[in-house]
Design a binder for this molecule. Structure first.
Ligand SMILES: [Zn+2]
Length: 199
């Protein structure tokens, strides 16, 4: 477990750097002459306040202030759920790739050895839509954004892909196999991972 613990520490430090920078939502006020009322939208990139036809900025600001606590809460929840959507700076992306390249292949190799799986090669990709995939030639691709997950979910994704070296589908046999390699936790882990999903 030594290896995965160190992943987690490093991931946490990347997130902390973000926090130290500015962990507050950016607020954008914009006019929309077609809007019929003031609207507040909370998105990953920030908070958007729409000012309707005939409205004005100072009223919009008051409206925002009145709802600020709720907005902040919503935004924070959103950030947690969309960890991999959080935009990282190009430098953070590069750091993440470096870490991923150093750590994920070693971790995959170790898990394969411990659980008795065989794969041909591993690639690290900058994929925001999939955590991992496994080709029919048993090449496993892993997203560098896995580094933003807690260590037990990284292991879950790697074991999931390793099970695809045996079953190239999500059949009952596949889930039974994955269950055997995750101490019966495959569905719980799958649900937990969904909370981190990108869309
Ligand atoms: Zn799968």
């Amino acid at each position: 477990m030594f290896l995965t613990k160190s992943i987690y520490k490093r991931t946490a430090s990347i997130l902390r750097t973000e926090e130290a920078g500015e962990r507050r939502p950016e607020t954008v006020f914009r006019y929309n002459p077609r809007a019929k009322k003031y609207i507040i939208r909370v998105k990953a990139e920030g908070v958007f306040v729409t000012i309707p036809y005939g409205g004005n900025l100072s009223y919009a600001e008051q409206f925002f202030k009145k709802n600020e606590a709720t907005i902040r809460q919503q935004w924070e929840k959103y950030q947690e759920k969309n960890i991999s959507k959080t935009s990282l700076s190009p430098q953070q992306d590069r750091d993440l790739r470096c870490e991923a390249q150093r750590i994920l292949p070693l971790l995959l190799e170790r898990l394969a050895r411990e659980h008795g799986f065989q794969y041909v090669s591993v690639r690290i990709r900058k994929s925001r839509t999939r955590w991992g995939s496994c080709s029919s030639r048993k090449t496993i691709s892993l997203s560098l954004y896995l580094m933003l997950l807690p260590s037990h979910l990284i292991e879950y994704v790697l074991l999931h892909e390793l099970c695809h070296t045996v079953h190239m589908n999500h059949s009952a046999d596949f889930w039974a196999l994955l269950d055997r390699h995750t101490q019966g936790q495959s569905q719980a882990l799958r649900r937990e991972l969904k909370n981190f999903n990108r869309s």
